[in-house]
Design a protein around this ligand. Structure first.
Ligand code: FMN
Length: 180
């Protein structure tokens, strides 16, 4: 049985989680931009940063799977919104439904981690997107704000880091069955 960790990360928080996970479970971690044939692996652990509801690199990568019946697929998202908030998790999961095939969705086990953001490091496109998002969210009445909306407002133009490697413990406990 062979396993691989694949990650999609723009600014490094997802990569940090992927590399820590790699160390802890002794499975190689590689960026989705560098991975060759994912069909060679029995277990695929995909970690992706959340970008406007999408999971960076995930659709492109998992589309390459030919036969999934014997595969063990684990998806881990890394975003700014608090993954202990049920509404945030429901939103992320609803988005994922539109990003992967029904077969993969049925098979995959999905987990969520919290990343971070440093506005001074964002590229122009991402800065612009966040500005538009912030302006839209700011106009909403307070009682209508979701946890995700609040996270955008509270962290706007700041540097915040919610990366917490201990949040991998629970995921490792759950995914280790059937690994390697
Ligand atoms: C343009 C943009 C869109 C984002 N969209 C979301 C989102 O939809 N949900 C979320 O929880 N976080 C969102 N984030 C926050 C990122 O998911 C967070 O910064 C994450 O840690 C990024 O991972 P990376 O450092 O590996 O690239 C967004 C950030 C940017 C810059």
């Amino acid at each position: 049985m062979s396993s691989i960790i694949i990650y999609g990360s723009h600014y490094g928080t997802t990569e940090k989680y992927a590399k820590e996970l790699s160390k802890r479970i002794n499975v190689k971690a590689i960026s989705y931009e560098e991975v060759k044939d994912i069909n060679d692996y029995d277990t695929i652990i995909y970690l992706g940063g959340l970008y406007a509801g999408g999971v960076l690199g995930m659709s492109k990568t998992l589309k390459k799977l030919n036969e999934i019946s014997n595969k063990n697929i684990i998806i881990i998202t890394v975003g700014l919104a608090d993954p202990t908030d049920e509404i945030n998790v429901n939103n992320i999961r609803n988005n994922i439904k539109n990003l992967i095939s029904r077969e993969i969705l049925k098979k995959a086990r999905i987990f969520h981690l919290r990343g971070g953001i440093d506005y001074s490091k964002l590229n122009f496109a991402h800065k612009t997107m966040m500005k538009l998002l912030y302006s839209a969210v700011k106009k909403l009445p307070k009682e209508k704000l979701t946890g995700e909306n609040k996270a955008i407002i509270e962290t706007y133009n700041k540097k915040v880091n919610f990366v917490d490697f201990s949040s991998l413990d629970n995921i490792i406990d759950k995914i280790q069955v059937g690994l390697l």
